[in-house]
Structures are given as structure tokens and as C-alpha cells.
Design a protein around this ligand. Structure first.
Ligand SMILES: [Zn+2]
Ligand SMILES: [Zn+2]
Length: 258
């Protein structure tokens, strides 16, 4: 039994055949899905899909790419959106200085709003970070200092040092299909060392199809390929890794119940 802790079921490539995509994943042993929001206009649809499927859950939030279009988003509005019983997480949010699609100050402001709501609700923040390790850490440490909140770094691709620091702050780490790529040697090293009780797996589908599906549109069922690859790296069985990553998901996202 596996969980895909991060997928975008409303995106092109998945939305056109959502039932088929979910059926294939269930067939591959995926017992739960976290359908992730990236902008406000998406929230209703993301939550709607979760309402229609007992094993699909939802997050509400704003991707750093879209920060410029959400300058008016308030803490209250985000908080209100988390009240739905199927909403179990907040995000994805964070900082992306690789693409810099939005103003950095706007990204930072929104990141802190998400954290604030996470602290208040106890729902985990799903963090996206790219080429922004220093600022991500600075905000995380500062905010943790004002009161703890649950969080994970999704689709982890950062340095080993950053990994150690976020683990120290109490965060979990989720790995996507990127870890299976040939040139991902550093990331594979990180994957070997994340403690069993802090590791999650995801697809970030429809992006980032793992080996042996590279070049295809990614779907949640492929989380199994990523999980077997990581299990092999860690000299564990797929069953063992599946069991503890699934347990970690439900411990962290404690509002989820299947
Ligand atoms: Zn992301
Ligand atoms: Zn994503």
C-alpha cells in the first residue's frame, strides 16, 4: 500500500482521464492521493474531486509562481478554505527563485500566510522550494521560533545540508520521480539517509515521470516505480518502505481518514 502525497489531478494529462488514472493507481497499490492546489481559482475543483473519491484528499494554497496574482489573498480567506473536511493540507506554497515567475517579496509574504494558517489549524504546510534554500530556511526558522507547525518539503531536490537543517526543524521530506533520474546522484545520496519516520513519496504528476516512464505524462500509479527505486537505494524491501511512508503520511496529515 502506497500513498501519492502530491499530485495535480486537475492538470492536463490527468484531468481528461481522471477516473482511469485513479483506477490504474489503485491497481498499482496506491491507497490515498493528495490532490494539490496551486491557485485560488482551482480550490473548488481540487476539493470537488476529493469529495467525489473517498481515497482522494485536497490541499488549498497558492504556488509561489502565482504569488503576483494573489496579492490580495488574506490569512482569513485561506483559513476559511481549510474548513472543508476533505482539506488536509496547506499549499503548495514556498519560494521559487529558479523561475522567478513572481516577485520574491510577494512569494515570501504568501509563504508566511500559509505557515500562519498551518500553525492555527495544525494542518501541514506543503513546501515547494527551488534555488531559494537560504530564504526558505530563514523563514522556516523564524516562523518555528514563533510556534511550531507541521510541514514537509515536497519534491525535494535541495542540498544534503538543507535536508539536514529542515529535518532538524522537524520537517518531513517527500521524494518524487526525480530521484530515479540518472543525473540525480546527490539526491540519491540524500534519499539513502532520510530517517524512516520522515520520508514520504509522491509523483508531482503530471510532471516528472520516473524511470522507466520518462517522457510520458506522469500519473499517480507511477509512485510505485519511485518507491521501489528508493527502497533499492536504501536496501529495504518495497513492502517495508511502502508501510512506513504510508504511516508517515497519515501521521503527518492526521486529518485524513480513509
Ligand atoms: Zn512544487
Ligand atoms: Zn506540485
Amino acid at each position: 500500500m502506497l500513498v501519492d502525497s502530491h499530485c495535480h489531478l486537475e492538470y492536463k494529462g490527468l484531468v481528461d482521464d481522471q477516473d482511469g488514472v485513479l483506477a490504474r493507481a489503485r491497481e498499482a497499490g496506491v491507497k490515498a492521493f493528495l490532490n494539490i492546489s496551486t491557485k485560488r481559482e482551482e480550490w473548488d475543483q481540487v476539493v470537488g474531486t476529493a469529495r467525489g473519491n473517498p481515497d482522494v484528499f485536497a490541499s488549498v494554497g497558492v504556488h509561489p509562481h502565482n504569488a503576483d496574482q494573489h496579492l490580495d489573498l488574506t490569512r482569513e480567506e485561506l483559513l476559511e478554505a481549510t474548513r472543508d473536511p476533505k482539506v488536509i493540507g496547506i499549499g503548495e506554497t514556498g519560494l521559487d527563485y529558479y523561475y522567478d515567475h513572481s516577485d520574491r517579496a510577494a512569494q515570501q509574504r504568501l509563504f508566511r500566510i500559509h505557515i500562519n494558517v498551518a500553525r492555527e489549524t495544525g494542518l501541514p504546510v506543503i513546501i515547494h522550494t527551488r534555488d531559494a534554500e537560504d530564504d526558505t530556511l530563514a523563514i522556516l526558522s523564524d516562523e518555528m521560533g514563533q510556534g511550531a507547525f507541521p510541514a514537509l518539503i515536497h519534491c525535494f531536490t535541495a542540498s544534503a545540508e538543507f535536508g539536514e537543517q529542515v529535518l532538524e526543524l522537524g520537517l518531513s521530506i517527500s521524494l518524487s520521480g526525480i530521484v530515479t533520474f540518472k543525473n540525480a546522484k546527490d539526491l540519491q545520496e540524500v534519499a539513502r539517509t532520510v530517517p524512516q519516520d520522515r520520508l514520504l513519496v509522491e509523483t508531482d504528476s503530471p510532471f516528472l515521470a520516473p524511470v522507466p516512464h520518462r517522457g510520458k505524462s506522469c500519473e499517480p500509479g507511477y509512485v510505485r516505480d519511485t518507491a521501489s527505486f528508493i527502497a533499492e537505494l536504501r536496501s529495504e524491501s518495497l513492502e517495508e518502505l511502502a508501510a512506513y511512508t504510508t504511516r508517515n503520511f497519515f501521521d503527518l496529515f492526521s486529518k485524513a481518514a480513509v
